[in-house]
Design a protein around this ligand. Sequence first.
Ligand code: TEU
Length: 550
Amino acid sequence: MTHFQDKVIYQIYPKSFKDTTGNGIGDLQGVIRQLPYLEDLGIDMIWLNPFYKSPQRDNGYDVADYKSVDPMFGTMDDFDQLVKAADKHGISLMLDMVLNHTSTEHEWFQRALKGEKKYQDYYILRDPKPDGSLPTNWASKFGGPSWAPFGDTGKYYLHLFDVTQADLNWRNPEVRQEMFDVVNFWLEKGVKGFRFDVINLIGKDEDYVDADDGVGKYLYTDRPLTHDFLQELNRETFGKYDDIITVGEMSSTTVENGVKYSNPDRDELSMIFSFHHLKVDYKDGEKWTLAPFDFQELKQILDEWQTGMSDGGGWNALFWNNHDQPRANSRFGDVENYPVETATMLAQTMHLLRGTPYVYQGEEIGMTNPDYPELDHFVDVETHNAYHELKEKGLPHEEAMNIIRAKSRDNGRTPMQWNTNLHAGFTEGTPWIDVAPNHTHINVENSKVSQEIRDYYKRLIRLRKELPIVSKGDYRGILLDHPSVYAYVREWEGQQLLVLNHFYAEPDTVEIPDEFLNKEAEMIIGNSGERTLEKEFQVGPYETVAFLLK
Ligand code: TEU
């Protein structure tokens, strides 16, 4: 039994959580102020997105100084206060470590540019091909090529993300030592968890070669060295403590690697985020498209990860939302007609699976995509690049905008909706990004809809702590070809927890397999009143229900 199975983690995007200074940007004091709200929800740990010094080209994932607090979020003293104050509320902190790349404004990159050999070896610099073209044909994940000229040296540096995010050379032991120092610095401040950004990209091969697909993911993702580096990171930093929770953000990984990253015997990480289940509304694997979600594929992916990770002794981070994703209720449900049913059904589907659930700020009150009318409301660099690429492909403005509205990462970055005041009580100044107009009826303080959703989250969070079957049980997917219901059973010490999740508005019937009938069935939680388990089980719009069978 490890120490994180019954925990629930709450993700705060500090920039959009609570502003206490009036500069329009959320801050660390804002997090302190809202701790009672978080304690009431019942969560154990807060994951904070990056608040380090950064030019904010990629909202803090372009770090210029890893051991600092950007003045826009407060001071190091605020951070120390936060650790202490959170502890009083029984909450610990998980920090976001962006160790794959630095901002080009980081001192290391700047000194490299000025010719210091030591720091040039911190980055991945290559000569152009003999014909003068880029070192490889790899694409940046944010659009365009992944190489940019390194000053006037004639060389190029690798940037898998924005041109201002230069990939670090993890093969250089000095770089690894720097990174271990960063992690240890925060550990000494009392941090109890780490989320490692795109960490499966650090083990790049020595040789850089062209990709057959012109993209290159398969050439730099999950390379064998990644596991060695993670084991070293573990040994040199958090592995020295016995209560640290770590989660690796794994871009395009496999179940096989997921097991390796998170099986405790391998001393790498506690768990991983994978994203395959959030690509089921991509047409032909392309994000910047519009398509209804493929429910069968969604179930198949969730089932494959649950089963595979369980069989291999790995552990999943469970989530629908984060700061890179459009809101799940806008994607997979009906927020107009069934806002409570949609939000509670999605929540229950995740929270009762095997793994550790993450709640992203605002999902517990049913926040949705904002449906911004025009491009100038959007801030994200990836969004703007995508818009221009769509236009270049010949899409008319309104069609491109429909895609942007559905897919932009800004959908998840709108300010937390606290109340009906101007700017939803997020700031007294001008928010850095616009508040969603529906804050008048979706908000913490004065919304019945939000209140109902939040109460349901509280019950789900409590259940994980009260019922060992939720935190410890095995997983088995059932009725996998049912057209509208995702059903699974958790099993532990002779008990079963049967969970039925209906992903559509049109009522449907589930034929309950005999093995679950003729047992004592207690309804544990559901979003549609009291239910009894019966052979022909009717499910209503976005209904979710769980029965404990003895
Ligand atoms: O994201 C990594 C990542 O690959 C994505 O989720 C990415 O945002 C998506 O593919 C774009 O469509 C992490 C961070 O969560 C993200 O905010 C950063 O921008 C990125 O790394 C770079 O640090």
